[in-house]
Design a protein around this ligand. Structure first.
Ligand SMILES: [Zn+2]
Length: 396
């Protein structure tokens, strides 16, 4: 026979203890609710900031600026997203607010002056407290709003933008572009000269503000074949290959390119430079004048693209009308080159319209390898390497 389990009617034992459950749930609820707040407070936020951060649903690392912004006496609850975005921006640029009163300024700049948030970020990041206060009492500054829209703006150049603007009154994008290119400095100014540590990539910039590493030589050089001015002309091996493709493509159109000059060592660049200066001095120019004239077309040693092995000076050895020099620019070969050399990775490095930026006079013969992608971008957007770098050398 099966044993039957004795049936026990035990109402008492099974009765749920509603009181305890409710209490437990309440405690859990409170812990859950308080935990993030407490964890924010542990991170160093004020109680007020912690509360706001919880309700803003923000996961955040410790941030001094958030604390100051959210703890401010001028804090307005409905602007929390704005304050947080501002705080993230300040954090990103490692700017620490001096005072919590900034929320007051932010409110005025946004609401009364009707600046957009980007402009407010710029103002807070670039002005002293007095400066911000002054802007809250002045008429809206349209130039600031234009500046804030430029994504390659560099905060550290802000004072220079303003000074440059006050002198030249150009549009904000021109101001930023030119100051980023350091047009407001004399070429070779030692205070802003960049000495490169290494050469990596064909889109490297070598110019009056950017100097090659001392004693730099390309890792591998290739001797050019095809027409050339002297027997030994070398280019960096990858560039030599691209140049050969360009030369053959041009030949198919009946343009027979020759190479006038390619890789030049530091020493040979120095010889050319010194000799050119001396020639001018012999012609009766002062040393300073001679240097100035020389630099118009001859790069200062260490600042020459020819030392990279990425550049070649071309000419037309068989042309009846023009074999080399400035007259190249009125040949059909030049027109073809201008239109097609980017397809092989080359750019016209020193165009007539950009002398102010390159600091080298128009050189129709000097082409520079930067790779097909960059060359195409620069060609399509009519940019020099200087401008491209000033815009943070990004490809769209
Ligand atoms: Zn050249």
């Amino acid at each position: 026979m099966k044993k039957r389990k004795p049936y026990r009617y035990s109402n008492k034992r099974r009765k749920p203890k509603y009181g305890n459950i409710i209490l437990t749930l309440l405690v859990v609820f409170l812990i859950v609710l308080a935990a993030p707040r407490v964890s924010f407070m542990f991170k160093g936020y004020s109680m007020r900031a912690s509360n706001n951060l919880v309700f803003a649903d923000i996961e955040t690392e410790f941030n001094n600026n958030i604390n100051k912004l959210l703890s401010s006496k001028n804090y307005q609850g409905d602007k929390i997203e704005t304050y947080l975005e501002l705080s993230r921006y300040l954090d990103e640029h490692e700017i620490v607010l001096k005072s919590s009163d900034y929320t007051g300024f932010v409110n005025i700049l946004l609401d009364e002056k009707d600046y957009n948030l980007d402009t407010v970020k710029l103002i807070i990041a670039t002005h002293s407290e007095d400066g911000v206060e002054m802007l809250t009492s002045e008429e809206k500054n349209i130039f600031l709003e234009e500046l804030a829209e430029i994504d390659y703006l560099k905060l550290e150049f802000y004072d220079e933008y303003i000074e440059y603007y006050n002198t030249f009154r150009k549009a904000a994008n021109k101001i930023v572009l030119e100051v980023n290119m350091r047009v407001n400095y004399e070429p070779f100014d030692e205070n802003i000269l960049v000495q490169l540590e290494k050469v990596d990539g064909y889109d490297l910039i070598v110019n009056h503000f950017s100097k090659l590493p001392d004693g730099y030589e390309p890792a591998e050089l290739t001797r050019l074949s095809g027409p050339r001015f002297v027997a030994d002309i070398f280019l960096e091996s990858g560039v030599a290959e691209a140049y050969e493709e360009l030369r053959q493509a041009a030949a198919l159109e009946d343009y027979h390119l020759g190479a006038m000059s390619g890789y030049r060592s530091y020493d040979s660049q120095k010889r050319i430079y010194d000799k050119t200066v001396q020639d001018y001095v012999d012609e009766g120019l002062s040393k300073d004048e001679a240097i100035k004239r020389t630099r118009e077309y001859v790069a200062v040693p260490g600042h020459s693209e020819h030392q990279t092995g990425f550049s070649v000076d071309w000419y037309l050895p068989y042309d009846d009308y023009c074999q080399g020099g400035k007259c190249l620019s009125s040949t059909d070969a030049y027109s073809w080159m201008k239109k097609h050399m980017h397809e092989y990775g080359f750019i016209l490095r020193y165009p007539a319209s950009k002398v102010k930026y390159t600091n080298i006079g128009f050189e129709p013969w000097h082409i520079r390898y930067v790779g097909v992608k960059v060359a195409t971008y620069l060609y399509e957007n009519d940019l020099t390497l200087e401008e491209w770098y000033a815009m943070d050398n990004k490809l769209d």
